[in-house]
Design a protein around this ligand. Structure first.
Ligand SMILES: Cc1cc2nc3c(=O)[nH]c(=O)nc-3n(C[C@H](O)[C@H](O)[C@H](O)COP(=O)(O)OP(=O)(O)OC[C@H]3O[C@@H](n4cnc5c(N)ncnc54)[C@H](O)[C@@H]3O)c2cc1C
Length: 410
């Protein structure tokens, strides 16, 4: 079949490979070029050991505190609040105990398959040098948070995820650049990190082209509901294909709406500062629990990033937020270069209120499949999503139950 993929982020590029594996003719479309969304600059964690949704009873308790601090780990731009309200209502509903448990099951089912799917893809496509398997650390400044992490570790064990709780001394042996004052850490021995999100996405994209996929720069503004979907672009541009995939990240909502699906997709904007060429300060990624940021030793340099800002897709970045992350990191790590020497970036996580992606056929045209909304885990879940999408397009049942990811679940 001739299959078009709208979006050349990490998810679209991974899907291209899964479709090429099955002998399809693949056309990748992007209005910018490959890796222009968050797939360009994310934190680079293969975070398959994270199984907790963002909407949780704990977050709801913390929201009032967060909102009082406009540069805190979670914030809402006041002007965006009216537009965000329907999403926020879903978010609150997703934090109810039963819904929270359902989200954990959905995330866990994807995360369990995420690393094996990546390792298989990396092996087949010659990309193994992009995946580093050194584990990851979540460091705690507060002993109470350690107890909670031990409780979460028991949940993670249900999904076969190994977590080792370690004390402050062991933590400093793992990462000598950390300053004192930590109560300890949760060590995830199986967590991986990648070379660099831009490098990995480009490598996937280029290997897909080398395998026969083609690329066109085009902004898709509509999709017909006919027997063979017609993709409509600007200035009379049109391509008719046998099947199409919408993998346009945070920009997927209007395309899904045109196919009869009103999905509550919004964006959690995230920020980072990177220090190109700076390697070796830490050996593995470190998250700072309760502070909303992580530090990743990418091959391209050290990256400090995180935060969740609700402000939509149009507002300019507020890098005072990035400086706040940097200042916190400087309080935790020795040897950081000056903030001014870093490269600043903001990206748009494609976020659903229940932290589960949308994977499934469109209501008005089952020949179009959705693969978007992966929020904090799009890089991690790209290859497992690609396997599910390829199965759906071939008319096979995917390996896992995908009811939790239905575009019609709300
Ligand atoms: C600060 C930050 C840190 C993160 N850290 C991690 C991490 O450590 N691990 C992890 O797994 N995930 C992480 N994420 C999340 C991850 O980056 C995203 O979930 C993922 O990149 C989404 O990929 P995607 O391919 O779905 O979308 P995108 O990367 O957004 O790609 C979508 C593409 O579609 C194109 N497009 C949009 N609309 C159209 C249209 N109408 N026509 C044609 N093209 C269109 C865009 O140009 C874009 O290139 C992080 C995100 C942020 C912001």
């Amino acid at each position: 079949m001739k299959i078009a993929i709208i979006g050349a982020g990490i998810v679209g590029c991974a899907i291209a490979h899964a479709l090429l594996d099955e002998g399809h003719e693949v056309l990748i479309l992007d209005r910018e070029g490959p890796a222009f969304g968050p797939s360009r600059g994310n934190a680079g964690w293969m975070a398959h050991t994270d199984i907790l949704p963002i909407a949780s009873p704990k977050i709801l308790r913390q929201v009032p505190k967060f909102l009082l601090d406009p540069l805190g780990p979670l914030s809402i731009r006041p002007a965006y609040l009216p537009r965000l309200l329907p999403w926020l209502v879903r978010f609150v509903l997703a934090a109810r105990p039963q819904a929270y448990e359902a989200s954990i099951r959905g995330i866990g089912a994807l995360q369990q398959r995420a690393l094996p799917a990546w390792l298989a893809r990396a092996e087949r496509s010659g990309l193994t040098r992009h995946i580093h398997r050194k584990g990851g650390l979540y460091a705690f400044t507060d002993a109470g948070a350690m107890d909670e992490a031990a409780r979460i570790a028991r949940r993670q064990a249900e999904f076969g995820i190994r977590v080792e709780m370690i004390g402050p001394e062991a933590l400093r042996q793992f990462e000598p650049a950390l300053k004192g004052g930590f109560a300890g850490a949760a060590f995830h021995p199986d967590t991986a990190h990648i070379s660099d999100p831009l490098q990995l996405t480009m490598a996937l994209f280029e290997t897909a082209l080398a395998r026969g996929a083609t690329f066109e720069k085009a902004e898709i503004t509509g999709i017909s509901t006919g027997e063979r979907p017609a993709l409509i672009g600007r200035d009379g541009w049109q391509r008719v294909v046998d099947r199409a995939v919408i993998a346009a990240g945070a920009w997927s909502k209007p395309l899904a709406a045109a196919l009869g699906d009103s999905v509550p997709l919004d964006t959690e904007r995230g920020y980072n500062v990177s220090f190109p060429g700076m390697t070796g300060l830490t050996s593995r990624p470190i998250g700072f629990e309760g502070h909303g940021f992580v530090v990743t030793p990418l091959d391209s340099g050290l990256r400090i990033g995180g935060a969740v800002e609700f402000g939509g897709l149009a507002a300019a970045p507020n890098h005072a937020r990035t400086k706040t992350l940097y200042d916190k990191a400087a309080g935790f790590l020795d040897g950081l270069p000056p903030f001014e020497s870093g490269t600043l970036w903001m990206g748009f996580r494609p976020s659903m209120p229940d932290s589960l992606p949308v994977i499934g056929a469109a209501s008005r045209n089952p020949r179009v499949v959705y693969a978007f909304g992966h929020g904090h885990y799009g890089m991690t879940q790209a290859t497992v999503t690609a396997e599910i999408t390829a199965a759906l397009l071939a008319g096979r049942a995917p390996e896992l139950d995908i009811a939790a990811f239905s575009p019609r679940r709300f």
